[in-house]
Structure formats: structure tokens, C-alpha cells
Design a protein around this ligand. Structure first.
Ligand code: AHG
Ligand code: MN
Ligand code: MN
Length: 318
């Protein structure tokens, strides 16, 4: 018998509590993957004509995916609020405002790839509301450091739709089986290879990087001989990094002085996964992504994620 998402209920101390939420993510993933496949026929591609709180132009699909995700979190009955890259404020789920869990989401990651039918994803994490259960959650309730994350994962909409997640006891990859109509365990216990793989970065920014990152990357390339791959969709780039090894980075630069990627929606969930898979997640040579205390919902941080050996070779922090 294939192993389904139900297996999460048996994992770690929070697996049973996380299973309905991750099943909700799975339902959202199926809906979003259908939306993506038919988008060109439904006039659902292109810009929505609005900017998100971070000043980025929103695509129609960003907003539709956000709606789908919120509704599926509501349907779990276990989530009191959702913090989304696409919404300025925390979205409280009034019917379940007393529930214990808050979900943070990047509903559609890498959406600039849609114009070229390239891979995109959804990234999520689950935290226990910070200031105790009961009452209406507020923004401060979801400003939790990565080391208190209870579950995290991503969906990759590629040739196959995959849901890769962790409830705090390793990382498992499930693939949507189109005939069986469910996610089935295809990549049990993913471990980041200790050596090999690729470095993955938008190297066109190299002359603007801060923190001496240009020289550091050059030294890392010389020391490791790693080749380069870059999709421009963090989910696709991190999926390759988890399976093949190496390092994914988005450093601070003159334009994005705190880096580009969002702490709560991108850096923490991916950092949690990479650490659960035996790799390393840093935001500087001395600070783990998972030790950053969030100060705001839409905060950004530099990220260096991947095999410990490659991250160390890059940052000199081994
Ligand atoms: P999003 O589509 O959610 O805004 O995220 C895009 C992010 C991330 O997926 C990717 O790693 C990065 O932006 C790519 O940025 P560049 O185009 O600057 O390389
Ligand atoms: Mn993103
Ligand atoms: Mn996004």
C-alpha cells in the first residue's frame, strides 16, 4: 500500500496535530496546480494591477493562490490566523480565532517564472501562537523564531506536483499521484548530500553584493569546484539543493540591503527544512536563520542554505 500524508500522524510529538494542517496544504496544492495548468485559458496570467506591501507587483495568480490557501486553512478548523506574503496584515480566521496554530505562507513563490511555464511553488510554516491560546490572535503572536517552528514545507509545481515537509523529525517528500488522486510518499527521509551538488544564486548581482560576498563566492567556487544552477524560484532552487547538495544563497546587496527573501515566508521554512535534512541554514557567518528573532511580518534577511560543507566553504564559519 502506498504511504500517504496520513503517515505524518505517527511522526514526532506534533505529527498528529500537524496532519490536518498539512492535508489542508495538500488540498490547496491540488487546487493551485489545477489553476496553474488552466491559467492561460482563463485570463488568469499577468499582473493584477496592484502592489503587495513590499512594493512588488502582484500577479493575478498570486492573489488567487492566496485565496485558495486561506480557505483551505480555514477548512482545517485548527488554524486561528494566516500570515501571507500577499497580505499586509495577519488574516484572522474568525470562526477558529481560539485555535492554537498560525500558518505563514508564500502562496506562490517564483511567480515571474509563470510567463515561461517555469516551475513555481508554495512555501509554508506552522507556529504555535506565541502569547498563548485563546482570544483573537495579533501580529505579535506569529513573530516566532525558526527554532520554535513546529512544521514547515513547500509544494513544487513542476513536471510532477510534490509536497516536501517536516513535522520536526526529518524531511519527507510526497508526490501527487494523478491516478490515485492523493499525495504518496516518494522521497522518504530526505538528507542533504554532504558534498557535491551546485551553488545557486543570481550572480548578476555580484557587483552589488555587500559583506564581501563576491570574493567569498569566488573562493568557495575555487575550493569546491561546484557548478551553478539558478531557476529564480526559491522552491525549485531549494528542492535541487536538498536533493543534490551544494548551497543556495540570496545575499544582501546595494538594492536589497537586508537581502530580498522574506524571513517568515521563505527563509525560516526553508531553513527549518534544510536543518531537518542535516544541512545548514545561516543568515550571516555567525547567525543561524533559525535564531533570528522576527520583528515584523514582512522582514527580509540574507540566506545561505544547503550542505554544511558548502555553506561553511562560502561563509568561512565551519
Ligand atoms: P516571489 O515570487 O514569492 O516574490 O519570490 C521570488 C523570490 C524567490 O523565489 C527567488 O529565489 C528570488 O525571488 C529570485 O529573485 P531574483 O529574480 O532577484 O534572482
Ligand atoms: Mn517567494
Ligand atoms: Mn510569492
Amino acid at each position: 500500500m502506498p504511504v500517504t500524508l496520513n503517515t505524518l500522524a505517527t511522526k514526532g510529538e506534533n505529527g498528529a496535530a500537524m496532519m490536518p494542517i498539512i492535508q489542508g496544504v495538500g488540498r490547496a496544492a491540488v487546487e493551485i496546480s489545477y489553476l496553474l495548468r488552466g491559467a492561460v485559458f482563463r485570463d488568469a496570467l499577468g499582473e493584477a494591477g496592484a502592489e503587495n506591501v513590499q512594493g512588488e507587483r502582484q500577479q493575478k495568480i498570486d492573489l488567487l493562490s492566496d485565496e485558495i490557501f486561506l480557505e483551505e486553512m480555514r477548512a482545517t478548523g485548527h488554524v486561528c490566523a494566516v500570515g501571507s506574503e500577499e497580505q499586509e496584515a495577519l488574516q484572522v480566521i474568525d470562526e477558529y480565532a481560539d485555535a492554537e496554530w498560525i500558518v505563514l505562507v508564500d502562496p506562490l513563490d517564483g511567480s515571474s517564472n509563470l510567463d515561461i511555464d517555469g516551475p513555481v511553488g508554495t512555501i509554508f510554516s506552522v507556529v504555535r501562537r506565541k502569547n498563548g491560546a485563546g482570544g483573537r490572535p495579533v501580529e505579535a503572536d506569529c513573530l516566532c523564531a525558526g527554532n520554535s517552528v513546529v512544521a514547515a514545507g513547500y509544494v513544487l509545481y513542476g513536471p510532477a506536483t510534490m509536497l516536501v515537509c517536516s513535522v520536526g523529525s526529518g524531511v519527507d517528500g510526497f508526490t501527487w499521484h494523478p491516478n490515485d488522486g492523493r499525495f504518496e510518499l516518494s522521497h522518504p527521509d530526505i538528507r542533504v548530500p554532504a558534498t557535491g551538488g551546485y551553488y545557486s544564486v543570481n550572480e548578476s548581482n555580484a557587483d552589488k553584493w555587500l559583506d564581501g560576498m563576491g570574493d567569498k563566492l569566488a573562493a568557495m567556487k575555487k575550493a569546491t569546484g561546484l557548478g551553478m544552477r539558478y531557476v529564480g524560484s526559491m522552491v525549485a532552487d531549494m528542492h535541487r539543493t536538498l536533493l543534490k547538495g551544494g548551497v543556495f544563497l540570496y545575499p544582501a546587496d546595494e538594492k536589497n540591503r537586508n537581502g530580498k527573501l522574506r524571513l517568515l515566508y521563505e527563509a525560516i521554512p526553508m531553513g527549518f527544512l534544510v536543518q531537518q535534512a542535516g544541512g545548514k541554514a545561516m543568515t550571516s557567518p555567525t547567525l543561524s536563520v533559525l535564531d533570528v528573532e522576527p520583528e515584523a511580518l514582512h522582514q527580509r534577511v540574507p540566506v545561505y542554505l544547503g550542505s554544511a560543507s558548502a555553506v561553511d566553504a562560502l561563509l568561512g564559519c565551519g
